[in-house]
Design a protein around this ligand. Sequence first.
Ligand code: 5GP
Ligand code: MG
Length: 490
Amino acid sequence: MAHGRDTLPDGPTEKCGVVGLSLADRAAARPLYYSLYALQHRGQESAGIVTHDGFQQHSHVDMGLVGDAFSESDLAGLNGTTGIGHVRYPTAGSVDKSCAQPFTVSFKSGSLGLSHNGNLVNAGEIRDTLAAKGHAFTSDGDTEVIAHDLARNLLEGDLVRAVKRTMERIHGSYALTIMHDDTVLGVRDPEGNRPLCIGELDDGYVLASESAAIDTLGGTLVRDVRPGELVLLERDGSGFDSYQLVSHERTAHCFFEHVYFARPDSRIDGTLVYQARRELGRRLWDESGVDSDVVMPVPDSGRAFASGYAEAAQDDGADVEFAEGLMKNRYVGRTFIMPTQDERERAVRLKLNPIRSTIEGRSVTIIDDSIVRGTTSRQLVSLLRDAGADEVHVRIGAPPIVAPCYMGIDMATREELIAGDQSVDDICEEIGADSLSYLSIDAVAAALSSSRIDLCLGCVTGQYPYDIDGEETDRAVERPAVTDSAPADD
Ligand code: 5GP
Ligand code: MG
């Protein structure tokens, strides 16, 4: 089928956290603020909250961490018992307030606020059609495209029908919290690529990317938002309505949420992330366990994997110690997004320091969740050798990442991925390890109690569950034809 110009995701990819809240008669701003704290790991570049007091919208969006983005007076000005929030993930190079969210727009029949986690693959086509109809865009992001399309549909129909029309036009991953005037909605894409769940509080309901945010507010997880579902929170916080607007045969849950991105204490699509990581670790031992004196996690992302791996090893009677041998300086920021390779390498040593007594004269196995560019593993192997390790084995709780993510995890380009064009043996040599093994794709599916076809495995297979220009698909998918934004009569 004919495709527009957007082979790559338009603008910055959005790997983010979203939240929405409707309370009986308490201001929503502060609980929204706390829930954004709980989602801080999903985005550190900017944070924002939009509330509605029944008459008008209030918005505060700023760069930086949640704790820095809001002052007491900012929170005090966010009136109203309903609202949405957003934390945005940093993408190298783009530090621009125009991309910060929630995105807001006012139009003839009201106001809209939008928080988006995910990435559309046909935003360019929709933007072109809307621009031709006179819509002016202020950012190059795909969230604004959703907002304008929804605003246009809202002029012609009711809220639920408008959301349905927009969902029928957009293609890609999206977990959205939306405010239409003082009504809060949650929408999850038909493949359920990004997580979104519903929680119940004493005096209201909450929508959040991860259940850890519900816990933080003292609420209970009701359930995940279903793929293709619209959840509409009652304005008085008394309940929610559900509309199954789009149904696709298969899901495409992102396995990387479980491997790396989500908090271990969150429950996503029925699985506690911590349990999933331990199970991945156990399977890693089963598939490629290696004799060594000590098993150590690469903190923090490798911890649950390493404990599962060590436990499975000990269950098998292996004489292996499970210990911490690398200490993380928690004040060092994200090494991953540092602009140059040289800086990234320096940053790993700044961030992780070995505990010599665990390492010296011993054979060690280090466990990490994933290898992207290979910077971390390469640095760690040499760090451990400098600290006197006899042997250094590396075990990874995910399959080799061979292709980029177009669905909102800002991974790296194909050229930067160490497994993009190299075998595991080559990579082992390049990072200088005595041995290296990854987990198989089948083990990932089994650990997540899923079948392969219900997961998005694009970054480990190079085949995607979406129609992306220049890439292969792993199923029959069709990008919606974007011809005109005028809704047909139905
Ligand atoms: P590498 O050093 O190989 O480029 O990246 C691997 C390390 O980065 C692993 O320790 C993993 O926990 C972490 N990582 C994996 N994916 C991401 C990501 O999308 N963002 C960030 N910040 N770190 C990641
Ligand atoms: Mg890590």
